[in-house]
Design a protein around this ligand. Sequence first.
Ligand SMILES: [Zn+2]
Length: 243
Amino acid sequence: MKEEMLKLINLQEIDSEISGFDADIASKQQVIADREKSIQDKQAAISACQKKTESLEQLQRDTNAEHEDAGTRIKERQNKMMQVQTSREHQALLKEIEENKKLLKNTEEKALQIMEEIEQVKAEAEELENLCSGEQELLAEETEQVNKEIKKIDTTRKKVVSKREALAEELQGSMLKRYNKLLIKRDGIAVVPIIEAVCQGCFMAVPPQQFNEIRKGEKLHVCPNCQRVLYFKEKQEEEAVAK
Ligand SMILES: [Zn+2]
């Protein structure tokens, strides 16, 4: 039993090492994914700016046309003034000229505002484009670096995996099956030490009778709470490892 237990402990160590590699690779890939997301967000913001610019430019054209129309109407009314006979007609034309003059002024102000707004949006898009191309350069560098690092990790990982395969072969089939199942169910930790009667997987205490038996190491024991395989470990030993 003790020999089998040692193999299980060893297997757990190897599997923890492998999942450490996997976590390492995943976190490096996450850095790249985050960078890509940031670039995509900026590209979306740039195209939103472009759309806004387009609609502002349309508004600018409409406003300019309105402005020209008002000018044309003023000239027309002024020409008509020579031909009108009554003071009433004269008053009506004067009123129309006044109204169109107001419109002329308003559309001029509006066109100016739109122009400023277009400039602002264009400046915003330009800033985003600069940021974006900076990040794209960075992404290219980071991707190259990360790929190198992942390749390195993967080389070591492959060695550890073949170590695992060799060790797994030495274990009894039923034991290995049980261990593999537990490993998946318990988030990669299937074998844990028990220190001072406390399972180091779920941190619940096991009954004293069971603890004594685990201490003897004659039989395989599992935690009554989390079902992980337990092995006895002295407290001092644990502290020494921590240091
Ligand atoms: Zn437990």
